[in-house]
Design a protein around this ligand. Structure first.
Ligand code: SF4
Length: 460
């Protein structure tokens, strides 16, 4: 007998990766149109939890307006003899997998970025209460994470309370993130790998180090350590670093070996602190994207909640499509906000001296971790709106990137005629077509105008 026989929809791994489009959704919980949304796991003592208790504050699923989005908060309280604070982040991140197991339920992103959709079809089948949602999650947690002995879940859709709890959740995330600060990658001989996102990006593996937080911003090195200890067969595991191949780019023999195995030979090398050559892969859950701006020879960074266009005219979705899919794409790099607080942040590419544009709200969040002399030299969306404005701003502020422009010899653009040019689909984002789909683009009688041609050895 299935453990979900009394649930009106099916539950299983086959539903992972299912996409619910806007026209097919019954409603959306959180998502980019809602300012306040969160998912939070809190470890408690065994006697503080009423096992199996489900609380709904605000409207239940059946009362939510069809086709609309709503503010949303979910707090999961867990307890167990082996449960420790360091496991909260890992238990929380497992929601991504478990919610996606539910037929017609889609979960994207994490923490304060969370977005969930229920399909009309599953709603019509009878999945009409958060109680059913909680039942599925509780059973999955108990069966897959044996260190959870008691579990209790609270859902909040009452807007004022979601907002209030959002503030508390942000403080809790910050406390968690702060724990690994001050530790160095150079002082440990074990990193942690997370393969949870391989159901969406089969060649992706996050390498979690003290100074390079997981791309989703939800799992620190400490969280990885706690998880690998209590759940050794889970998706988070130890990676002995092995020989240090290059301390500037952050290349380790142990990491390369594991990444090759886990990507089934697709990815052979990873350098942790660069966006060129052999960058860390990006699944799709990253908190932000770093993108190369060739006109400036510098980087921009955009985060998921950034509305509108970045300084080069692309929005987050387009940049994200160029980056995602478990690939190594030169100049496009998924990252967590916490990694931007790290002294190793893009170390091989020049670190903060190479960053020329970031949204103002990211700058506010991290500026105390940036080298003080660079803070005012990096433009934000409040300072400039296009590349001409950016160039002028950088010159006016005497940004270190300006010295790179004068150092590079100016080359005259050349033009070559190409009878047939075949490119992988990843070379161009196409609206509505997911990254990583297996097709190629063929240009006939193309003319290429380029300022520079770079020939690189084939990684394959
Ligand atoms: S983004 Fe990375 S660390 Fe986060 S769940 Fe996915 S694979 Fe794991």
């Amino acid at each position: 007998m299935s453990m979900f026989e009394d649930i009106p929809v099916d539950v299983g791994i086959i539903y992972e990766g299912e996409r619910i489009r806007g026209r097919d959704m019954q409603f959306e919980l959180g998502g980019p149109r809602e300012e306040y949304k969160f998912e939070l796991v809190q470890a408690k003592d065994l006697d503080e939890i009423e096992d199996g208790k489900i609380e709904i504050i605000g409207k239940d699923i059946s009362e939510l307006e069809a086709g609309k989005n709503t503010p949303f908060g979910m707090i999961i309280y867990v307890a167990g003899e082996e449960m420790e604070k360091d496991l909260e982040g890992v238990v929380e991140r497992r929601l991504h997998e478990y919610v996606n197991f539910i037929e017609g339920f889609m979960h994207l992103n994490q923490r304060y970025d969370v977005q969930m959709r229920l399909s009309k079809k599953s709603f019509e089948k009878g999945f009409n209460s958060f109680k059913l949602f909680a039942e599925v999650l509780m059973r999955l947690y108990r069966s897959e994470m044996s260190f959870i002995e008691k579990i209790q879940i609270t859902f909040i859709t009452e807007p004022k309370l979601v907002e209030e709890w959002f503030g508390k959740a942000m403080e809790i995330y910050e406390e968690r993130d702060a724990r690994a600060r001050g530790m160095s990658d150079d002082e440990v001989d074990v990193f942690y790998g997370c393969s949870l996102c391989q159901s969406f990006a089969p060649t992706h593996l996050c390498v979690i180090t003290p100074q390079r937080y997981a791309n989703c911003g939800a799992i620190s090195w400490f969280d990885g350590r706690a998880s690998a200890k209590v759940d050794p067969k889970g998706p988070v595991f130890e990676i002995p670093t092995g020989d240090l191949i290059d301390s500037v780019t952050g290349e380790y023999a142990g990491v390369n070996q594991v990444i090759k195995e886990k990507s089934l030979g697709e990815i052979e090398r990873v350098q942790l602190y660069t966006a060129f050559g052999y960058p860390h892969t990006s699944c799709g859950c990253f908190e932000g994207c770093l993108f190369y701006i060739p006109e400036m020879d510098g980087y921009g960074v955009v985060h998921r909640n950034f509305k509108g266009e970045t300084v080069n005219g692309l929005n987050f979705v387009t940049i994200s499509d160029l980056t995602a899919g478990g690939r190594q794409v030169d100049g496009f790099h998924g990252l967590s906000i916490e990694y931007m607080r790290s002294p190793k942040f893009m170390q091989a590419d020049g670190g903060w001296d190479r960053v020329v544009w970031i949204p103002v709200d990211i700058k506010e969040r991290i500026k105390s971790f940036m080298p003080p002399e660079i803070v005012d030299k990096i433009a934000t969306d409040e300072d400039v709106t296009d590349l001409d404005g950016l160039r002028a701003f950088l010159q006016e502020q005497d940004h270190p990137i300006v010295s790179r422009w004068t150092a590079a010899p100016k080359e005259e653009p050349g033009e070559i005629a190409v009878p047939t040019l075949e490119l992988p689909a990843s070379a161009f984002p196409i609206q509505g077509v997911p990254a990583g789909m297996g097709f190629r683009i063929i240009l006939k009688n193309a003319k290429i105008r380029a300022e520079k041609m770079i020939i690189k050895a084939d990684k394959g």
